[in-house]
Write a protein that binds this ligand. Sequence first.
Ligand code: NAP
Length: 293
Amino acid sequence: MLIDNRVTGRTKVLGLIGNPVEHSLSPQLHNTILGILKLDYVYIPMKVEKSELESAVKGIKALNFKGFNITAPHKKHIMEYLDEVSKEALLIGAVNTVKNTDGRLVGYNTDGEGFLRSFKEEAGVGFQDKKILIIGAGGAARSIAVKIAMEGAKAITIVNRTPENAREIADVINNNIKAIVQCCSSQTCKMQDIVGESDYIINTTSIGMHPDVGFSPLDSQIKFDSNQVVYDAIYSPLKTKLLLAAEKSGCKIVNGLGMLFYQGINALEIWMGLKFSDELVMNVYDSFKEISK
Ligand code: NAP
């Protein structure tokens, strides 16, 4: 019988805290990359109740984890138990990655960076001086909007079902980064006009996500311009109704799979304190696409 040498007495530990964690692709993503890079780490999922979060963080410190990810519902509350939080994570109001350096815990948010890398990689364009429409005002919208504002966008319009949620994001960005964000209610705004004025259209709502694939956040009458990039944070299905309509109009389309992938790559880079080569990252991305099918 062959001895399994993947985990030995020297192996260091990374993990994911959340509830639930069963659905997460992060263990496969991270363990695949760690294996390819021959890094002697293992990444494990840990289901933690809200009432146990503080004890879990103390335990992780005591057990000398190198770092961990945090998913719902702990992304906000985790900040209470950290020694430091990055400026971007503070603006987003959520931490999804923590690095443990000799017992000192620093929190980051890699969702915005994941979005940025996937957008630049797949659309081949950046955000400097661009006009952007963001549909939705939840957690994904917030990390994307903060990142886009930091990247030098000219104007951002956030349209949401609950306008107060869009206003909250607009206030954070306008008061802390640059006054470029306006917002409105999806019930009352002139959507065709806003779409027509935008270089990029980004859906961050869950409308169109599996199993409700027959829905789109934009009315079917809305017209796109073939110069526009249309991005959907959803990755299941890979082509939402929104993306199919945009593709038909000749737009460049990008789905959310790359955002998911690159937020994980960015977390690993933070934990390891290094930057992976583009070639390596692209090889791993090909394998990741296979496991996420
Ligand atoms: P969230 O915080 O719950 O926000 C959900 C957003 O969708 C809110 O703006 C909400 O509007 C809107 N919404 C939901 N159902 C709606 C409906 N029936 N009609 C109109 N608006 C509706 O969720 P999230 O974490 O931001 O995630 C949103 C989507 O992004 C999900 O599909 C998720 O899978 C995806 N996502 C992808 C990645 C990635 O790595 N690719 C990362 C994070 C999230 P209200 O404010 O009015 O409630």
